[in-house]
Design a protein around this ligand. Structure first.
Ligand SMILES: O=C(O)C(=O)[C@H](O)CO
Ligand SMILES: [Mg+2]
Length: 264
């Protein structure tokens, strides 16, 4: 069975953040994810979640200075203390929200990155993920890494599935898993169903969006009914995060989700 989670950083933005939980429940979602809850006290977010009856399925560690263009800390040499603090903060919120998994964004390479700089980022990334996975395991949580396409996020340190698998295998933590975003994979590599089949043992969470505009899943080049059917027949029991920008109003665009219980 496909279980859809509304990404409240992109969906229901017609409402204030804490009101989006009820809007998602009303539209037939059973789970929510978003980028960052940190603008609100954990108890306030927990109250909105509880009142909506939804499950919290994912959110991200603090990413550094997002407004200044930073996109995560995990691979940034010299920012290790800040990254460690971000792990503690994310796990504090995960406890309050009973959220089973959190995503550590890798960060950006400098434009002039040479092999030495790339290697420094790689070494920092592995060391930080070892720390974060250990802390998350102690808290009973999973830690996710996600390849992100370099058209939307130029310079992002982790951009391909084979790179992510090599990192997972190097760190070797059972609770370090892959956040498999089909939108990014289609842009960078394509071959989605074969990637799903090969990567399934590593997958801790899936996200979907239409390609190339990142609108509803039924807008664009990916035939999601076939992809989601294969995900189901592969026995995936996790969540599918709907991480897309509605082409018009959120509810107006939910018709694609009717087979999965959504109400437009
Ligand atoms: O960009 C994405 O697809 C994500 O899922 C990150 O968590 C936020 O950039
Ligand atoms: Mg994603």
């Amino acid at each position: 069975m496909i279980r859809l989670a509304a990404n409240l950083s992109m969906l229901f933005t017609e409402h204030d953040f804490l009101d989006r939980f009820a809007a998602a429940a009303d539209a037939g979602f059973h789970g929510v994810e978003y980028l960052f809850p940190y603008a609100h006290a954990p108890e306030r977010v927990a109250e909105a979640l509880r009142d909506s009856g939804l499950e919290q399925v994912l959110f991200n560690l603090p990413p550094g200075d997002w407004e200044a263009g930073e996109r995560g800390l995990a691979s940034l040499p010299g920012r290790e203390d800040e990254f460690r603090g971000s792990v503690v903060e994310a796990l504090r919120y995960a406890e309050a929200l009973a959220c089973p998994r959190v995503h550590a964004m890798a960060g950006l390479l400098p434009e002039d990155a040479d092999d030495e700089i790339r290697e420094a980022h790689h070494a920092t990334y592995l060391a930080n993920l070892r720390f974060a996975a250990s802390e998350a395991a102690s808290a009973g949580r999973e830690l996710l890494i996600e390849p992100i396409n370099t058209r939307d996020m130029p310079g992002y340190f982790l951009s391909r599935q084979d790179q992510a698998v090599a990192v997972l295998e190097s760190v070797g933590a059972d609770n370090l898993r892959l956040q498999f975003d089909l939108y990014h994979c289609q842009i960078m590599e394509g071959d989605l169903i074969r990637h799903l089949e090969r990567l399934l043992p590593h997958i801790g969470h899936v996200q979907i969006a239409g390609v190339p505009e990142r609108h509803e899943p039924d807008v664009g080049e990916v035939h999601y009914p076939a992809v989601l059917k294969r995900l189901e027949t592969l026995g995936y029991r996790g969540w599918v995060g709907c991480e897309y920008r509605p082409a018009a109003g959120t509810r107006d665009g939910l018709g694609w989700g009717k087979p999965y219980g959504l109400v437009s």
